[in-house]
Design a protein around this ligand. Structure first.
Ligand SMILES: [Fe+2]
Length: 304
């Protein structure tokens, strides 16, 4: 399937992806964190050193460490104090999310598209995928977290770099066609677009697999467990207020219940209950993360 991916995408889009692949990439600090996450010998000190290399990122991590979610009585004024408070796993999560926000500014999206919704969905799936991975022990939770964060890279690309094509897509959808049907007809299949970029960027194979197959774990040819964990996370998130209408499962793909037997029923219920409480609590912090690391604009807050 991966051999002919380019042939099913709008040719203008696929040639532009190559250009973007050369010109724009995730910040160096994000790549370094990804490398460290994959290395079992990584120590907390290693992570701290990487975050400290980037003063703007450090400042944002400190500010997030002081956010209401963590309920601090004493303000965290240093990166090391912020790291102790928010914990290493969450530091990785925040730093990687900030890297993604630095590359793709989802505050600037075409009128009518909910950029904040897409951002919150990506982080919700990332958070939930980590919970599912920890409960099932199918894959490393850090790997699942990163895969969840990047699974919709193609959609993020579409709304930030292909606004003309996105408008065509939305016009199609307004004519009462499904998002999936519109993507297929116009050669704007977001899984394939994300996969091509991930491949051009030289992302690890498991990320490429998750990006390509996150709605179709049944036909995944590699990294099947990670793809399934992320797919489960998407389905769990769809049961909260953070699901996306256009991210519904294709009608012929496996449902939540087809995959869920691999997971203890109590674990499933526990995760669902937990994310229904945690996601709304984290959302304001996640919205605060939007925008470039070096940006000076005040973050927008969702009021509704
Ligand atoms: Fe998707």
């Amino acid at each position: 399937m991966t051999a002919n991916i380019e042939s099913i995408i709008d040719p203008q889009v696929s040639s532009r992806i190559k250009e973007i692949g050369r010109l724009s990439t995730l910040p160096q600090v994000t790549w370094e964190l990804m490398r460290l996450l994959g290395d079992e010998n990584t120590t907390p000190d290693d992570l701290q050193k990487v975050v400290e290399q980037d003063p703007a990122l450090s400042a944002k991590v400190i500010s997030l460490g002081n956010s209401a979610y963590y309920g601090l009585r004493t303000p965290a004024t240093t990166i090391s104090r912020a790291i102790v408070i928010i914990g290493f796993k969450e530091l990785e999560f925040l730093a990687l999310g900030l890297g993604l926000a630095d590359t793709f500014d989802l505050r600037k999206v075409p009128h009518g598209f909910d950029g904040e919704g897409l951002w919150l969905h990506s982080l919700s799936v990332s958070w939930t995928a980590r919970e599912v991975a920890a409960a099932t022990r199918l894959v490393d939770p850090g790997e699942a977290m990163l895969a969840g964060l990047l699974h919709n890279l193609g959609q993020i690309m579409l709304v930030t770099h292909f606004t003309v094509q996105l408008q065509r897509l939305m016009n199609y959808v307004n004519e009462k066609r499904s998002f999936l049907e519109a993507e297929a007809d116009l050669g704007l299949w977001h899984e394939a677009i994300g996969y091509l970029l991930a491949k051009n960027w030289g992302m690890p194979k498991y990320l490429q697999d998750v990006i390509l197959y996150h709605h179709r774990p049944d036909i995944a040819t590699g990294s099947k467990s990670t793809v399934e964990v992320v797919n489960l996370a998407i389905q769990l998130v769809s049961m909260t207020d953070f699901g996306l209408e256009h991210e519904t499962q294709p009608a012929d793909s496996p449902t939540y219940l087809d995959i869920m037997p691999k997971m203890n029923k109590d674990d499933k219920e526990k995760i669902l209950e937990k994310i229904k409480i945690t996601l709304p609590l984290m959302a304001p912090t996640w919205l605060q993360m939007m925008g470039p690391i070096s940006g000076t604009k005040k973050p927008r807050r969702r009021t509704g």
